[in-house]
Design a protein around this ligand. Sequence first.
Ligand code: SF4
Length: 418
Amino acid sequence: MKPTLPERLKPLDTISPSLASKALIDDGCLFRILTQGGSNRSETTDMLPASIDGIIGTVIHKVIEWGYRGGHSGRDRDISDAFDQWDKIIDEKEQNLSDDKINRHLLPLKDRKNYFKKRGRVCHHANKISQEIRVLEDGTDKSESDMKNRLIGPEIPVQDKISDPRMKGRIDLVVSDGGNLEIFDWKTGKILDKEGNLKDPYKNQMRLYAALLECKQKNLDSDDVKFPRRGVIKNPLTGSKEILCEEGLDPELCRELLKDAINIYEDINETHKKDDDTDFLMDELAIPSKKGCRYCSIRPRCRVYLKELENWMGDITEDLDDIEIQDVIGRFVDKHRSESRSSKGAILLEDDEARRWRIAGIDLDAERNEAIEGLREGEMVGVFNIYKNTRCDLPEYINLLANPTRHIVYDIESMLSR
Ligand code: SF4
């Protein structure tokens, strides 16, 4: 199993607000945006196991959207319809996962912690929404052909220009409240940073949506263009929400941000015109950072990142007080099982400074970890999705623990060869 990027990448068709919002923070990585755009995304294989919370998060999004569409159509629905909808989406997800070597071990989703609690909470919420048609003051009874011109309702498509758009996205929900526009974005993960503030990428995403909704009204030649008054980032699971308004959603600030995002799009495509070779583009556009790479799904194949990772590992002291990395690479030394019949065990690696790293909790027999079987001493290995091992303190090692469902082991040399 070898994670692959296409050997040649296509230019970006458009950039999405969610991807651009990450690149707008601290000069974020542009290569990631290119690989996640359009057909490049579909030609890139999954390299890291998915997070269960992420998978359930997409199901929640769809069920909430279904709730709004229920209200939108005005049809009578009840709670059993919401549960049917949830189960149907879960069945589709499970079918996809069962065909996927990297993620098959996550099945069945129903066995995961708090599954039925989440299902109940979300379905009740979606059912309640579908009864409250009042949030959709406009846009009811529109034909499919009019759907893309809607300004109010769930899943509102937005783009900066009618023809040859550079930025395109969908707003989860737009509501008209007394003539003022409000935009909603559902988030099922943590929305606050360590300091308790709304995360910067989420603020930027909301600002880009606001600017794009204004563009849409202008593109439709509206006589009464309104800039959204409020942006609400809401967790439909917990009900918690954060609101951006006034200074936080200042129209000038939002328009400037849209211009910056479009510049990013143009910079990427200008670089692409020089050469479409993936490794060339990686060298030109990849900007590794501990924060930015944390959620990047192509880390195992990004040699710019892997090089930087070695430097970050070099800065780590043995007491591991401030471990900020989530992967390790090094020369393979050995592996051993916890118990003779257990599939779990540890892998030992050595870095360039001859320090030994011990990563426990590895599923040595897992299908996704097939690279372990053929490893020889001295070969470069990467173990992805690890954290500090607080249960083990073997003095001669830097002790790490693999994330139970998300870790994966790769033979780095074969992976980086074409
Ligand atoms: S791993 Fe980091 S540097 Fe590489 S593409 Fe992803 S975000 Fe960019």
